[in-house]
Design a protein around this ligand. Structure first.
Ligand SMILES: *Cc1c(COP(=O)(O)O)cnc(C)c1O
Length: 388
C-alpha cells in the first residue's frame, strides 16, 4: 500500500489546524513546542544566527502560529499583530497618501474610525458603498483606488458580498481586495481561494475562541504581497507577545469543531425563532428568507454562528429582553464558546448618527447574538424566557 499524502497542502482543515506549526521540539522531544519568551538570541559569530535574532522581528512561537493560519487560509504567508485593528492598520499603511479605499458601509466601527479619524489626516480616503452589489462598488472606483475592503458576513446585519466578483472588479482596476474574514473564519470561507489578495482577522473572536486573548492577522495569497506587510509588522512593531500567541494557537486547534457547533446552534435558534410571536424579523444567512442565501451557498461552507433579530415591542421591549437572558451575556465582542448578546444601537454602533443608523437597519429593536457552543436546548429555553 502506498503511503498517504500527508504533505501540508494535502491535509484537510482539522488536520492542518492541529499539525501545522506544531512539530515536536527537536532538543527535548516535547510534543507541544515550548513558548519562546526570549527577546534575544545568542549568535555563534557576529551575524551568525539560527534564523532568529530579536523577538519583534521574528519569534519561533509566533512563527508557528503564523504558519498554521497561513495554511488554514490557503495563503502563502501570515503576519500576526497585537489586535485586529493593528492588522488592519498595517494593511492601510501599505497604501500611500492620495490613494483611496472602497468599502461597504456596514463596516466594523473600529475600521471606520481608523479610516475617518486616523488615515484621513494622512490623505488616505475611505469611500463607502451603501449597497452590496458589485456595480455600486464600481461607481466609487477611480485611478487612485488601491484597495477594496469588505467584511462578509457584515456586522450586525449579516449581509454577504460576492468575493469572486469583487476580486475581479478590483483586479480589473489594478487594485487589491482585502476581506475581513473574522465572522466566517477559514473553517467556513476561504477568501483567497475565491480571488481575494488578503484575508484579515480579528483573532480575538472565533480564532482565539475563548474570549480571553486579543489579536489580529493578515494572510496574503502571494509572497510578494507579504513583503510590505512583513516590513511594516517589524517597522511599526505592533506584534503579539509569545503568551498571547500560544493561547491563540491553542484555540486554533479546535476551530473546525467549534465552528461546526456554532453553526448547528445558530441554525437551530434561527429556525426556532423565525416565526416566533415576539420576533419581528429574523436575520440569518442560513435562512431562505435571507437576501444572500444563494450566495452563502456558493461561497461559504456554512452560514456562521452569528444571528441578528428585531424584537417586537420597541426599545422598552428590547431592553427587557436584553436584561432577562441568563446564558446569553449582554456584552460586546463575539466568537467565544459562550453565548453573547449585543444591542448594536446602544453598544457597538452608538457612534453612528441615529438617522443613518436606522436607515441602515440598526434600529432600537435589533439585537445580535453570538451563538456559543452550549447545548442548543438550553440556549433556546433562555431566549424563550427572555421573550416571554
Ligand atoms: C473585533 C473586530 C475587529 C477589530 O479587532 P480587535 O481585535 O478588536 O482589534 C475587526 N473586524 C471585525 C469584523 C471585528 O469583529
Amino acid at each position: 500500500m502506498e503511503a498517504p499524502n500527508l504533505m501540508e497542502a494535502a491535509m484537510k482543515f482539522c488536520t492542518k489546524a492541529i499539525h501545522v506549526g506544531q512539530s515536536p521540539d527537536p532538543s527535548t522531544g516535547s510534543t507541544i513546542p515550548p513558548i519562546h519568551i526570549s527577546t534575544t538570541y545568542t549568535q555563534a559569530s557576529p551575524g551568525v544566527t539560527k534564523g532568529y535574532d530579536y523577538s519583534r522581528s521574528v519569534n519561533p512561537t509566533r512563527h508557528n502560529y503564523e504558519a498554521v493560519l497561513a495554511a488554514l487560509e490557503c495563503g502563502a504567508e501570515c503576519a500576526t499583530f497585537s489586535s485586529g485593528l493593528a492588522a488592519t492598520t498595517c494593511l492601510f499603511n501599505t497604501l500611500r497618501p492620495g490613494d483611496n479605499v472602497v468599502a461597504y458601509s456596514d463596516l466594523y466601527g473600529g475600521t471606520y474610525r481608523l479610516l475617518e479619524q486616523v488615515f484621513r489626516h494622512w490623505n488616505l480616503e475611505g469611500r463607502y458603498s451603501d449597497e452590496t452589489s458589485t456595480s455600486s462598488f464600481e461607481k466609487l472606483i477611480d485611478a487612485n483606488t488601491k484597495l477594496i475592503w469588505v467584511e462578509t458576513p457584515t456586522n450586525p446585519l449579516l449581509r454577504c458580498l460576492d468575493i469572486k466578483a469583487l476580486a475581479e472588479l478590483a483586479h480589473a482596476h489594478g487594485a487589491k481586495l482585502a476581506v475581513d474574514n473574522t465572522f466566517a473564519t477559514p473553517a467556513l470561507q476561504n477568501p483567497l481561494n475565491l480571488g481575494a489578495d488578503y484575508s484579515v482577522h480579528s483573532t480575538t473572536k472565533y480564532i482565539g475562541g475563548h474570549s480571553d486573548v486579543v489579536g489580529g492577522a493578515v494572510i496574503t495569497k502571494t509572497e510578494a504581497d507579504m513583503e510590505p506587510v512583513r516590513f511594516y509588522q517589524n517597522a511599526a512593531g505592533a506584534v503579539p507577545g509569545p503568551f498571547d500567541v500560544y493561547l491563540s494557537h491553542r484555540g486554533v486547534k479546535t476551530l473546525g469543531l467549534r465552528m461546526d457547533r456554532h453553526v448547528e446552534n445558530a441554525r437551530r435558534i434561527a429556525s426556532h425563532f423565525e416565526d416566533h410571536a415576539g420576533i419581528e424579523k429574523m436575520i440569518y444567512p442560513g435562512l431562505e428568507s435571507h437576501p444572500d442565501f444563494a450566495l452563502v451557498g456558493s461561497q461559504m461552507s456554512g452560514p456562521g454562528g452569528m444571528v441578528s433579530m428585531v424584537i417586537k415591542g420597541g426599545r422598552d421591549g428590547t431592553f427587557r429582553f436584553c436584561e432577562r437572558t441568563k446564558l446569553f451575556s449582554l456584552a460586546e465582542s463575539l466568537g467565544g464558546v459562550e453565548s453573547l448578546l449585543n444591542h448594536p444601537a446602544i453598544m457597538t454602533h452608538a457612534s453612528i448618527p441615529k438617522e443613518i443608523r436606522e436607515s441602515r437597519g440598526v434600529t432600537d429593536g435589533l439585537v445580535r447574538l453570538s451563538v456559543g457552543i452550549e447545548d442548543a436546548d438550553d440556549l433556546i429555553a433562555d431566549l424563550e424566557y427572555a421573550l416571554g
